[in-house]
Design a protein around this ligand. Structure first.
Ligand SMILES: Cc1cc2nc3c(=O)[nH]c(=O)nc-3n(C[C@H](O)[C@H](O)[C@H](O)COP(=O)(O)O)c2cc1C
Length: 325
């Protein structure tokens, strides 16, 4: 008979600490964890959902998916392999995943991976002018696919043109919507533990109640486009547009972002084009040929090594998000 070892509380704590470094929409960190003797359960926290711009919870689940990815990688690095059951209880839709942990050898690249998890962040400053080779973009898409998500690089010029047009239209529509603007403002400069500090956004005119917009160039048509010709563009998509697909896409996003970080690339999500129903529908038909649902658009580019490190966003302490059962 084999016995499985109990996971030390400090290890559960450390896994969750690393998982909380995951990206989330507006840095809402919409997750909760419950640790057992050999398990970690991930719950969605609907109190942190963006009611106006994310009424379906798509971004909420994508965000939880990135944390789920980070938790699996963190566990591996710390010498624990995880078997994951996603949406294990149909009666509890907020229970997103259960990780069953058992001892396993850490990968040879553990230190490098740990450093990349710590270093990963949203660097919205301009990328360098070097284009991202198509093969590199395809590699990122394959990584997302490996994690059960679907992603494809938009390399065709007409696809990129349409995507860019829709991104700008989404910005304009959201900018014209006072509720969407109020929601953005609510998650900026909250101080301590969540939200986005203004200093993490690109410099530009103050737009909302003395704060910068999360896309400072988004306020009107005259502004510079958000996308440069040298930017790589990838879209996460799925044939389903439901919580299971969103969670998978989040795991793929986490994996893609970690790989980009390791390889010197910056990745920035462009979620507004999916948040606005009109542009989401247009993206589905005009870019994806109605074959699949777009879930998140991201741009990638080479980070300049000459600049100082970007401003980091805060996190809630582990004691707030982890309950030990
Ligand atoms: C689902 C999702 C959507 C996001 N959408 C945007 C976006 O539209 N624009 C943007 O600049 N950042 C976006 N972000 C990045 C978050 O703002 C960022 O992850 C969060 O503020 C935490 O900061 P960090 O990534 O630097 O740790 C998104 C992140 C996720 C996970």
């Amino acid at each position: 008979m084999t016995t499985t070892r109990v996971v030390p509380v400090e290890t559960l704590h450390r896994i969750v600490e690393i998982a909380t470094r995951a990206p989330s929409v507006h840095n809402t960190q919409p997750w909760r964890w419950r640790g057992g003797s050999r398990t970690l359960e991930l719950f969605a926290d609907p109190t942190r959902q963006l009611a106006h711009t994310d009424p379906d919870g798509r971004n909420l689940l994508l965000s939880c998916g990135t944390a789920l990815h980070h938790a699996q990688v963190a566990a591996g690095v710390l010498g624990w392999q995880s078997r994951v059951a996603r949406h294990p209880d149909p009666d509890r839709p907020d229970l997103l995943a259960c990780l069953d942990l058992s001892p396993g050898p850490p990968p040879a690249t553990a230190d490098e991976t740990l450093a990349a998890l710590e270093r990963r962040c949203t660097d919205r400053r301009r990328f360098t002018a070097w284009p991202v080779p198509e093969e590199r973009q395809a590699h990122l898409a394959r990584i997302a696919n490996h994690w059960g998500a679907r992603a494809v690089a938009l390399t065709d010029e007409s696809e990129r043109y349409i995507a860019e047009r829709l991104v700008r239209r989404a910005h304009r529509l959201q900018w014209a919507d006072p509720d969407a603007r109020a929601e953005q403002a609510e998650w900026r400069d909250r101080g301590g533990e969540d939200g986005i500090p203004t200093d993490a956004l690109p410099p530009g005119p103050d737009l909302v109640g003395g704060h910068r917009n999360r896309f400072q160039s988004a306020w009107d048509d005259r502004s510079a486009p958000d996308l440069e010709a040298s930017d790589g563009l990838l879209v996460l998509f799925d044939t389903d547009d439901d919580p299971a697909a969103w969670l998978r896409a989040g795991e793929g996003l986490g994996a893609m972002w970690l790989s980009a970080t390791t390889g010197g690339l910056a990745l920035v999500p462009l979620s507004q084009v999916i948040e606005v129903p009109e542009t989401r529908a247009a993206f589905r038909t005009e870019v994806l040929g109605s074959l699949a649902h777009p879930l998140l658009l991201v741009r990638v580019g080479w980070r300049s090594t000459a600049r100082p490190a970007p401003v980091r966003t805060p996190r809630r302490p582990v004691s707030e998000v982890l309950e030990l059962g």
